[in-house]
Design a protein around this ligand. Sequence first.
Ligand code: ZN
Length: 173
Amino acid sequence: MSFLQSFMSFLRKQESRLIFKACPRPDRGIVSRFHGNDFSGWKRSLLMERLNQINEIDIAQYFKLSEFACPCCKRVMLHPLLLNKLVEFRAIIKKPIYITSGYRCAEYNQKVGGIKCSYHLLGLAADIRVEGVSALDLLEHAEILNFSGIGFYEKKNFLHLDVRPTKLARWRG
Ligand SMILES: [Zn+2]
């Protein structure tokens, strides 16, 4: 068998075994979503090790793409305008900004009780928290930076920020 033939037959075998199904069981983690293959024991831990590096890419000073990824499936969408505003925010606040929720796939959004047309589904929104800074102080900065959507969650101490293209939205959670 030539190299190409054996390569192609290997590919065919792989393709029949590795079918990536999108997010049917977010609670079971990403590995369980490879069907027809036995990812148990050492194989599972090797795969997990690789998957844990998914999106570990610096996309700006202080921000990695992985910080915006959906926790259940690691898929991610991120609008550059949102990132730019968060970078500005980081420069003003001079403290680490924790993205508590960035991109969400539809399944995960439903699981966390997000609204159906949430801007998190489009990569236009992020929930943020800053250690030692109140949501009220964050709110002041967010207004200066002119995010088009701002949700103020005083009790839970975080802000929802988004760059929706429609008219300004402000709410209290
Ligand atoms: Zn997901």
